[in-house]
Write a protein that binds this ligand. Structure first.
Ligand SMILES: [Zn+2]
Length: 83
């Protein structure tokens, strides 16, 4: 098994664009679709799938699902510096 060079996280409580292309992935609206995008389009593999419990601003617990995907290829897009 090759070493994983790059990891991405997808959660059901955050939306962000694909790190490999310009596709907009919404973990909130389509978690499975976002995971499948990395698996099928970019050849990532599933490293971890689980749930995590957080608390909202009122202290109420709520659960979200998190998927961690990895690839043995370096990402095509360089990370932007700054910020
Ligand atoms: Zn993509």
């Amino acid at each position: 098994m090759k070493a994983v060079k790059h990891l991405v996280e997808i959660t059901t409580n955050a939306s962000k664009g694909c790190e490999e292309c310009d596709s907009v992935l919404s973990g909130v609206e389509n978690f499975a679709g976002a995971v499948n995008h990395y698996l099928q389009v970019h050849g990532y593999r599933l490293i971890h799938l689980g749930s995590q419990t957080s608390h909202d601003y009122q202290g109420n617990p709520w659960q979200s699902t998190i998927a961690v995907l990895g690839t043995d290829k370096a990402p095509k897009r360089k990370k932007k510096k700054g910020g």
